[in-house]
Design a binder for this molecule. Structure first.
Ligand code: PBG
Length: 331
C-alpha cells in the first residue's frame, strides 16, 4: 500500500511540532479577574475557587505588581461589598468611596501601566442580588430605570482610574447610554468592553459565592436579561447592537461552553473579541485536578489554547497569574 499523506511526519519531534504550531499562549493574552474586600492586610481564600483569594486593597496592589512584572496587560476588579452598604437600588454604586473606586485609585497610583477594567452592573450593590433595579411590583428588572444609574456609574469608575468600563448586565441600550455619559463627561478615551453575549449560566456559581451575591440572589435567576444558552444567532444580534452603540471590544461569557459563539463573533465582526473563562470553568478544572483526575497545568493550558484557536484575542481567567508564571519559567 502506498500512503501519500502522512500528517504524523510533522508531529514526530518537538522541533517539528513547534515549527508548525498555529497558536501560542502568551501572558499578553490574559486578563486577571480579582476580588477586592474591605480592611487591611487581608487575603481570604475562596473555597469554591482553589488558588483564588479575596484581597484587601493593599494586598491587591501587591499582587497586581506581580501581574505587571509577568506581562499581564490588565486586571478586572470585582468588589466584595459589605452587605450593610447594599440596598434595593444599589445606590452604593455611585459612592466615590466604594471599594471599586478606592481600589482603582490605589492601583492606578501604584501601577500606572496596568490596565484596569471595571464591571458596570449593580449586582454587587443590590440587596436582591439582581444586576438592576426592580420594577414596582418587584417581578422583573426595570431596564430603563437601571440605565439611568449605569451612565453615572461608568463615569465615576472612569474618573476613579478605570481605563475600561465593562457593562455586564445585558440591559438593552446600555452601551449607548454609557458611551454618551462618558463623552459628555469628557472621558472620550475610556474604553467600553461590552459583555455583549452573556448567557444565563450555571457556571457563575463560585463567582457569586466569592462576591456574596449568591445569598442575595437566593433561588432567583437572571434569565429575563442574560441570554438563553440555546441561542447562537441572538448573540450575533447582541454584538451588532453593542458595536453600533459604541462598544470598542466585545466579550463572550462563559467561555469553554460557548467557543462556537467566540468563533462566529470573531468571523462576522472582525473586532477585538474577548472570552471569559468563568468561575465554574476554573473550579471544575481545579476540582478534578485536586482529585488527581486531571493534570492541572496541561488541562488549563489546553483550555486557554482552545480560546485562542476559536479566535479570542484575550481571555479573562482566574488562572492568569499561575499560567503567566509558568510561561515566564519556560521562557
Ligand atoms: C455580574 C457578573 C457575574 C460574573 C461577572 N460579572 C455573575 C453574574 O452574572 O451573576 C461572573 C463571573 C464568573 O463566574 O467568573 N455582573
Amino acid at each position: 500500500m502506498q500512503i501519500t499523506h502522512r500528517p504524523r511526519r510533522l508531529r514526530r519531534t518537538p522541533w517539528l511540532r513547534a515549527l508548525v504550531r498555529e497558536h501560542q499562549l502568551s501572558a499578553s493574552d490574559l486578563i486577571w479577574p480579582v476580588f477586592v474586600l474591605d480592611g487591611e492586610q487581608r487575603s481570604e481564600p475562596v473555597a469554591s475557587l482553589p488558588g483564588v483569594h479575596r484581597m484587601s486593597i493593599d494586598r491587591l496592589v501587591e499582587a497586581a505588581g506581580e501581574a505587571v512584572s509577568l506581562g499581564i496587560p490588565a486586571i478586572a476588579v470585582f468588589p466584595v461589598t459589605d452587605p450593610a452598604c447594599k440596598n434595593p437600588r444599589g445606590s452604593h454604586a455611585l459612592d466615590p468611596e466604594n471599594l471599586a473606586c478606592r481600589a482603582a485609585r490605589a492601583l492606578k497610583r501604584a501601577h500606572p501601566s496596568l490596565g484596569l477594567i471595571a464591571d458596570v452592573a449593580l449586582d454587587p450593590y443590590t440587596t436582591h442580588g439582581h444586576d438592576g433595579v426592580l420594577t414596582d411590583d418587584g417581578a422583573d428588572v426595570d431596564n430603563d430605570a437601571t440605565l439611568e444609574i449605569l451612565g453615572p456609574m461608568a463615569v465615576l469608575l472612569a474618573r476613579s482610574g478605570f481605563d475600561v468600563v465593562a457593562p455586564s448586565d445585558m440591559m438593552d441600550g446600555r452601551i449607548a447610554v454609557v458611551r454618551e455619559a462618558l463623552e459628555q463627561a469628557g472621558l472620550s478615551r475610556t474604553v467600553i468592553l461590552s459583555y455583549a453575549a452573556k448567557y444565563a449560566s450555571a457556571f457563575y456559581g463560585p463567582f457569586r459565592e466569592a462576591v456574596g451575591s449568591k445569598s442575595a440572589l437566593g433561588s432567583a435567576d437572571k434569565r429575563t436579561y442574560q441570554m438563553d444558552s440555546a441561542n447562537g444567532d441572538e448573540a450575533l444580534r447582541e454584538v451588532a447592537m453593542d458595536l453600533d452603540e459604541g462598544a470598542d471590544m466585545v466579550m463572550v461569557k462563559p467561555g469553554m461552553p460557548y467557543l462556537d459563539i467566540v468563533r462566529r463573533v470573531k468571523e462576522r465582526f472582525e473586532v477585538p473579541t474577548l472570552a471569559y473563562q468563568v468561575s465554574g470553568e476554573y473550579a471544575m478544572l481545579r476540582a478534578a485536578s485536586e482529585r488527581g483526575w486531571l493534570n492541572w497545568e496541561s488541562a488549563i493550558d489546553e483550555s486557554l489554547l482552545s480560546f485562542k484557536r476559536a479566535g479570542a484575542d484575550a481571555v479573562l481567567t482566574y488562572a492568569a497569574i499561575d499560567v503567566a508564571r509558568r510561561l515566564r519559567e519556560r521562557g
